[in-house]
Ligand binder design. Structure first.
Ligand code: G3I
Length: 315
């Protein structure tokens, strides 16, 4: 049978997954990761707390393992992430405000510079917004205001001129205050001549909250600004225990996401946020929830896997 990525490629898209070096000793994991996907995203290995745990001390080992895996398997790499309020090492939070911009630009320069040539697209800034569309406070925002986004994008462009430069966020699947804030930011950055190539829509969905039925329309409005869009962290969680009704709803959600991407020319691909269920971040964060990925704990493809295959026109 064709892999998910081969099915996506037939439509000019890719299918990707988050990848975690913590599971590279699990041969069932690496076999599926290498076989099914054409793109991988480091789940944690390229984040600031890993890559620069203390000021000026860079650690590229874990991220390099991700790149090596991708190259051995003919996969592209999404860089995740240069600037984020979370997994931000304490030394950044403790800097005097006047030093934060320099530290951020140096971080972006060193990390994007190290991986230059290996990264197809960077999440330059991750999760800048609150749910109401205001900027999230963080050491970066507090020091630079919203200009931190433009400063980060410009530093990334200088360090890796060939990577696509993206902004990435969650709960921006539908048209709402947060996605409109992202839309306005991209529009303004483009008007100001700041390098911005793409928007990542994470896609952390939950069956109990309903499907964002305007996903396609929302992706299209970003595309109409002249940027690529991608679903970057797809999973569909549910309240446990699993039953066949919930799995059917989950399958429909996965298929709906594929359908929306297929309907938007500038949707370049869909990336799932890891597998199997036992390695998902969901149970660690949402009490009593889980079963969010395409493979069960014994690596059997779930009904949602078949739904993705069918959405791509496979059998
Ligand atoms: O590696 C340590 C381990 O040594 C330690 O014993 C253990 C104890 O808690 O923690 C382990 O680190 C954890 C790490 O995942 C690796 O498993 C961290 O505590 C935990 O916070 C971290 O969670 C990650 C989370 O981002 C952090 O914010 C998840 O794996 C990762 O899936 C998740 O990914 C984010 C995206 O980057 C951005 N969008 C949302 C998405 C889901 O939260």
């Amino acid at each position: 049978a064709d892999s998910l990525n081969q099915l996506a490629q037939a439509h000019g898209k890719f299918m990707g997954s988050a990848a975690a070096t913590a599971h590279f000793s699990d041969s069932q994991y690496t076999e599926i990761l290498g076989r099914e996907f054409g793109q991988i995203t480091a789940e944690n290995e390229m984040k600031w707390d890993t890559t620069e745990p203390s000021r000026g001390q860079f650690n590229f080992g874990p991220g390099d393992q991700i790149v090596d895996f991708a190259q051995q398997n003919g996969q592209s790499v999404r860089g995740h992430t240069l600037v984020w309020h979370s997994q931000l090492p304490d030394w950044v939070s403790n800097l005097p405000s006047s030093e934060v911009r320099g530290a951020m630009e140096n971080h972006v320069t060193e990390v994007a510079g190290h991986y230059a040539g290996d990264i197809y697209a960077w999440d330059v800034v991750n999760e800048p917004f609150n749910e109401d569309g205001t900027f999230r406070t963080s050491p970066l925002y507090n020091a630079m205001g919203s200009d931190f986004v433009a400063h980060a994008l410009r530093a990334a462009k200088a360090a890796d001129p060939n990577a696509k430069l993206c902004l990435n966020d969650y709960n921006i699947e539908g048209i709402n205050a947060k996605s409109t804030a992202m839309y306005n930011l991209v529009r303004d950055l483009k008007a100001d001549g700041v390098p911005i190539d793409c928007v990542g829509i994470q896609g952390h969905l939950a069956i109990q909250y309903g499907f964002p039925s305007d996903l396609r329309q929302n992706m299209q409005r970003f595309a109409d600004l002249g940027v690529d869009v991608a679903i970057t962290e797809l999973d569909v969680r549910m309240q446990l225990p699993v039953d066949s009704q919930k799995e059917a709803t989950q399958s429909q959600y996965y298929a709906n996401v594929i359908d929306a991407c297929l309907a938007v020319d500038r949707c370049v691909g869909v990336t799932v946020w890891g597998f199997p269920d036992k390695y998902s971040w969901v149970p660690d964060v949402f009490d009593g929830e889980g079963s969010a990925t395409l493979w069960n704990d014994s690596y059997q493809p779930k009904p949602a896997y078949n739904a993705v295959v069918e959405a791509f026109g496979g059998d």
